[in-house]
Design a protein around this ligand. Structure first.
Ligand SMILES: Nc1ccn([C@@H]2O[C@H](COP(=O)(O)OP(=O)(O)OP(=O)(O)O)[C@@H](O)[C@H]2O)c(=O)n1
Ligand SMILES: C[C@](O)(CO)[C@H](O)COP(=O)(O)O
Length: 236
């Protein structure tokens, strides 16, 4: 089955700082966001992409990212919201506005700030979403994690059960749409999309990704991303 992709890229990049939003910083001659879009543009199972950016950046993204790099699968650019969850919600609303009506179609949600996802894993993710309804990419944690309150350790969770959530995260359309409706009704806010289904008791699979799929968040991540892009990678 073909998939639809939502790319939330409407953050302010507060932790990165600087005068240029991190999505538009150049990595190996191409903006971070263009690397990310390339991963999905080139994948045969991706039918279309909804790009979600700050309302002030819509024309810039249309001209300097979508038109310049010829991303033919970007069917719409939408204004994001205050939090990541608001931005993803705006993407889902845009699908509804466009008359999208395929309850089981995989919707993949991927951070604009993760330009290094290995797109060879995308087919397996789509298959898992078709089979189980919800699946995210993640990696087992490598460090020992501490639970801390007031600068005092209150626990050391069993690392063998801990994974770091990454994106893409994939869901059948009806499931993620209903989970967002329910989260809105309950005022529930989370830092990833899978959490919205987990809280309803819906099982979410996790598919092992790789440690290169970093989220460009702080300045040193740019150095790491440049180094990793030089490695064999499918973003082209
Ligand atoms: N209101 C928001 C906030 C975040 N994002 C997107 O969600 C992804 C993950 O967010 P993060 O890396 O935390 O980005 P920022 O929110 O921009 O970073 P910061 O918290 O440092 O400001 C990014 O692609 C970001 O653009 C979004 O679409 N809308
Ligand atoms: C969705 C996410 O990428 C999973 O790791 C992450 O939670 C989003 O980043 P944020 O920094 O918490 O907004």
């Amino acid at each position: 089955m073909k998939a639809t992709v939502l790319i939330p890229a409407a953050g302010t990049g507060r932790r990165m700082g600087g005068s240029i939003n991190k999505q538009y910083l150049e990595l190996a001659g191409k903006p971070v966001l263009a690397h990310t879009l390339t991963l999905f543009e080139n994948h045969p199972q991706v039918e279309n992409i909804y790009l979600i950016v700050s309302s002030d950046d819509i024309s810039y993204c249309q001209e300097q990212i979508v038109d310049r790099f010829k991303f033919n699968k970007v069917s719409r650019i939408i204004a994001g919201g205050a939090e990541r969850q608001d931005s993803v919600r705006n993407g889902l609303k845009a699908l509804t506005e466009d008359g999208f009506n395929q309850p089981h179609r995989p919707i993949l949600i991927h951070d604009g700030a993760r330009p290094l996802f290995d797109c060879k894993r995308l087919s397996a993710l789509i298959e898992a979403v078709e089979e189980s309804g919800a699946c995210t990419i993640g990696v087992p944690v490598k460090d020992t994690i501490k639970d801390v309150v007031n600068k005092t350790i209150t626990g050391s969770p069993d690392r063998s059960r801990l994974w770091q959530a990454q994106t893409p995260q994939g869901f059948q359309y009806r499931l993620i749409n209903d989970a967002f409706t329910q989260a809105d009704a309950d005022g529930f806010v989370a830092t990833d999309d899978a959490s919205l289904l987990e809280r309803l008791g819906h099982p979410v699979q996790i598919l092992e990704g790789d440690y290169r799929n970093i989220k460009v968040t702080t300045p040193e991540d740019i150095l790491v991303a440049v180094a990793l892009l030089g490695d064999d990678h499918c973003s082209g």
